[in-house]
Write a protein that binds this ligand. Structure first.
Ligand code: PEP
Length: 251
């Protein structure tokens, strides 16, 4: 069955103690009033993962890394491996976020390696795709997304593909306050599901495809009510427990 997922991406925000405090506060509201059929994920900075994982109820909140290395281990100063994330308590990892693609030059080919490495170490990849504004304005967004999906996911074994979560994040909507319209989101989500179904068959029916890009308590319900939108990847609004819980409960 397709899972409903709301995942918070904290990015490079919160000191260690602020992050732990947010996790404690969020855990309280999720346990008290969070919709039980929604899988809640938080993605703190690497340094906070083990402690955040300790302070939340693991039956209600899962923890994600925001990136992982292409290599398993070794002389790669500054890198964090998939196995390190897993051994710190993470069950998910965000891969291909537009900020990683833009600021750190992550390509589809590199992300294909990262997705496979994450799966090898039992992490569920939340694989992000999405077009920049010029690509949308030029009507190229479907081509861009097709390439992002095909290059990164199409050579996975079906058993691995079944674990992957996809997030559609139009880059022009991330952190800008501009959200894709409900119709725009559904159109792209359906396009992604059809692409996946052409390759992986019925398994694509069970793939959770999340929307990300200025999702907030006001617009979440409309976005999530689309047939192919299975939740959200939330940046700014995941940094306040009260906003995040409203998004979790927006279905
Ligand atoms: C994100 O960075 O994944 C994101 C969706 O950010 P925001 O919600 O702040 O647009």
């Amino acid at each position: 069955m397709r899972k409903k997922i709301v995942a918070g991406n904290w990015k490079m925000n919160k000191t260690f103690q602020e992050g732990v405090d947010l996790a404690i506060e969020l855990n309280k509201v999720v346990v008290e009033k969070g919709a039980k059929d929604v899988t809640v994920v938080v993605s703190p900075p690497f340094t906070h993962i083990a402690e955040v994982n300790k302070v939340v109820d693991n039956d209600r909140i899962s923890v994600a890394g925001q990136n992982c290395a292409t290599e398993t281990s070794g002389a790669y100063t500054g890198e964090i491996s998939a196995e390190m994330l897993w051994s710190s308590g993470a069950n998910y990892v965000i891969l291909g976020h537009s900020e990683r693609r833009t600021y750190y030059g992550e390509t589809n080919e590199l992300l294909n390696t990262k997705v496979k490495k994450a799966l090898e170490f039992n992490l569920i990849p939340i694989y992000c795709v999405g077009e920049v504004l010029e690509e949308r304005e030029a009507g190229k967004h479907f081509d861009v997304i097709k390439e992002q999906i095909e290059t990164v996911l199409f050579d996975l074994e079906i058993a691995d593909f079944e674990k992957v979560v996809v997030a559609y994040e139009p880059v022009w909507a991330i952190g800008t306050g501009k959200t894709a319209s409900s119709d725009q989101a559904q159109e792209v989500h359906k396009f992604i599901r059809t692409l996946l179904a052409d390759k992986f068959g019925a398994a694509a029916d069970n793939t959770s495809i999340l929307y990300g890009g200025s999702c907030n308590p006001k617009n979440a319900n409309e976005l999530f009510s689309n047939a192919d939108v299975d939740g959200g990847l939330i940046g700014g609004a995941s940094l306040k427990a009260e906003d995040f819980i409203q998004i979790i409960n927006a279905y």
